[in-house]
Design a protein around this ligand. Structure first.
Ligand SMILES: [Zn+2]
Length: 651
């Protein structure tokens, strides 16, 4: 009976789509029944998948993600790559997770279960069962739709990477059989890797979740129905169009807060739903304010938040590993009961994960293959939002006189890093998790911030809005981003993106030489007419009076990294005169020479700190006769520690 009901519901949902006015052409729509078995840590599920072959050619095979199988044993690709730990949370024995398919058929009755086979398209690891293919009895023509009925059991792992349980807290992410993305007739359906996230097509979701009465539930989309069942359970119904995933959470210790949110310009009407664990209730206002800030910032800067709900999930203590993760219209943040106000972890994670609702949720780039498009663009957005709402110089830390802003915080991870990988690389091809993180988050974020400071805020703002508007509900690539950037700025930016996306090197300029020497008005033998000082330089000022002292000042700027970038140099003379020079930054070095009655006292590259991608500011300036100040090691040590904590837990 359950099956019949789901088929009818799916048909109703598909038929009703145009009435709801969905913004996208649904490719993969799901009608799911899920029943939580809290003692067994399992979800019994059945789904009806309505999938459109949106390619131009027939397809004879379907591919599915079975993500939970990443947690099945210690030989899966995820476990091998992560060494059994993920973001610092160790996998515990006997807490494995997996997904089994109990039934798989086409709606007309053809049983596809015998045709199911596991594939390992990325690494050939036969122990990995996170991708499955099914051969169709006959090809599905282009623009034809197939309806599949799939029965499954999801065993959640003890949470250590996004999805799982801790006590009676449940986070169900990547929990159901999910079809891959067919692009130009080729399946894009990667295995679940330690460093990678996800990729899916948009569609309509209708999900009915049954839990024991005591559980409070949160899920993607809007709650459209609720029934109390005779067996002591409750069924909640959720609907959402124009999303490419569905996640839900359940815990008896959540306290639910609902708050309407509206914005005049642009017009936004939505409902904030906060599920805060009872032990973190003191942090509720911090979460709520951060979410309001996120809604305002992203709506104003990119486009109005379009969904009727946004749900913030605060994982239970002990389930921090579920925190800091994004799903459509729902995200997990994190905090502790003791988190000091000046450590803005809950704010940063809230804004970051909410922001993924744009860069991942609304703009559906491929997180497996080009993670910077979601993490980098989102880090850039997060830096700007955090700086705006919490103070540029103190947006991350403001405690006991120690202040760290988002820009510096992100610079810290890039500064001290080894350079193994470029930003643009398949997520599982990075040498390790920290190289992945520092490249696709911090370096990519700083790369965009540097671009903004060079192009100007107005141009960058138009660029980001255009990219968002053009690519929302679609699957852009890095090339698409570059095309928009060049189109909006009217500039050739290939030289910049080729360096910063594709080479693992660095951007670093230094004042490598600064000297001034007194020159006499004239020594040696001169022709009768030649009484002026001998030197004549393009930079030279008017010839000095013979009786005044004159100086030859020499400033040498060196490019220490492989990347080049246009530079400004501020040069100050001892009479107070300040000169600003510009240099295209392409050669290995550049020397500026001045013959003046005053001598140079200092030179500084990028005095306005626009080139935040420069990995070393300490060598950016020199003062005549002074050694460079040493970098404050203690502060660096603390920031590195803090960074470790933050990157460990933030997505
Ligand atoms: Zn992220």
């Amino acid at each position: 009976m359950r099956k019949r009901v789901s088929v009818i519901a799916a048909l109703a949902a598909v038929a009703a789509m145009p009435l709801f006015g969905s913004l996208t052409k649904p490719i993969a729509s799901y009608d799911i029944r899920a029943r939580l078995l809290p003692d067994e840590k399992k979800i019994e599920g059945s789904e009806v998948l309505t999938w459109l072959n949106d390619s131009g050619a027939p397809v004879s095979e379907l591919r599915f993600h079975l993500y939970l199988n990443a947690f099945k044993n210690n030989r899966t690709t995820f476990m091998k790559e992560s060494g059994g730990s993920h973001r610092g949370f160790m996998a515990e024995d006997n807490r494995w997770g997996y997904i089994t398919i109990d039934r798989f058929r086409i709606r007309d009755g053809s049983d596809l279960a015998p045709a199911m086979a596991f594939l390992q398209p990325d690494d050939g690891n036969a122990d990995d069962r996170t991708v499955m293919k099914v051969d169709l009895p006959s090809p599905l023509a282009a623009q034809e739709t197939i309806v599949l009925e799939i029965g499954f059991t999801a065993k959640l792992p003890k949470v250590f990477a996004r999805s799982g349980f801790s006590g009676d807290f449940f986070m169900a992410g990547q929990w159901f059989p999910k079809i891959g993305v067919l692009q130009d007739g080729v399946w894009n359906c990667h295995q679940y890797h330690a460093n990678s996230e996800f990729f899916a097509d948009y569609g309509t979701y209708h999900v009915e979740i049954t839990v024991p009465q005591k559980f409070i539930v949160g899920a993607t989309g809007q709650r459209t129905g609720q029934t109390v069942n005779a067996d002591g359970t409750r069924t909640e119904v959720y609907d959402q169009e124009d999303v490419h995933d569905f996640a839900w959470t359940a815990c008896p210790d959540f306290v639910e807060f609902r708050e309407p949110y509206s914005l005049e310009e642009p017009r936004v009407e939505t409902e904030m739903i906060l599920l805060v664990h009872r032990s973190h209730l003191k942090q509720k206002d911090r979460y709520a304010q951060a979410l309001r800030n996120g809604l305002e910032f992203y709506s104003r800067n990119y486009g109005p938040y379009p969904y009727p709900t946004i749900t913030l999930v605060d994982p239970a203590p002990g389930a921090m590993a579920a925190g800091g993760m994004e799903y459509p219209t729902l995200f997990t943040s994190m905090t502790t009961s003791w988190m000091p106000r000046g450590v803005r972890l809950p704010e940063m994670v809230t804004i970051h994960e909410f922001g993924h609702g744009y860069w991942y949720g609304l703009v559906g780039s491929n997180e497996f293959e080009e993670a910077w498009l979601d993490e980098g663009i989102n880090t850039y957005s997060e830096i700007k939002a955090m700086s705006k709402y919490y103070g540029k110089d103190r947006s991350m830390i403001d405690i006991a006189g120690l202040r760290i802003g988002s820009v510096d915080y992100n610079r810290m991870s890039v500064i001290g890093s080894r350079r193994f990988d470029p930003i643009l690389k398949k997520s599982w091809d990075f040498i390790n998790g920290s190289s992945y993180a520092l490249n696709v988050y911090s370096k990519a974020g700083l790369m965009l911030l540097t671009l903004e400071k060079w192009l100007g805020e107005d141009v960058m703002s138009r660029l980001m809005k255009t990219y968002f508007e053009r690519w929302k509900f679609r699957h852009p690539t890095s090339e698409d981003f570059i095309r928009v950037a060049e189109e909006v700025s009217g500039k050739d930016l290939r030289w910049y993106f080729d360096q910063v996306l594709r080479s693992p090197d660095k951007l670093d300029y230094a004042v490598s030489g600064l000297a001034a020497e007194e020159i006499s008005a004239g020594e040696g033998l001169f022709e009768a007419a030649a009484k002026e000082p001998p030197a004549k330089d393009a930079n030279a000022s008017a010839s000095p009076e013979p009786m005044l002292k004159a100086y030859r000042s020499e400033i040498t700027i060196a490019r220490l990294g492989e990347w080049f970038f246009p530079q400004e140099i501020r040069i100050i003379f001892d009479d107070g005169e300040t000169i600003r020079e510009t240099w295209d930054g392409r050669d290995r070095w550049k020397r500026f020479v001045y013959l003046k009655t005053s001598k140079v006292v200092s030179a500084e590259i990028d005095p306005d700190r626009k080139v935040v991608l420069d990995v070393n500011y300490a060598n950016n300036s020199r003062v005549l006769g002074k050694k460079r100040p040493a970098v404050v090691k203690a502060a660096l040590g603390f920031v590195t520690w803090l960074q470790g904590l933050f990157t460990l837990i933030s997505f």
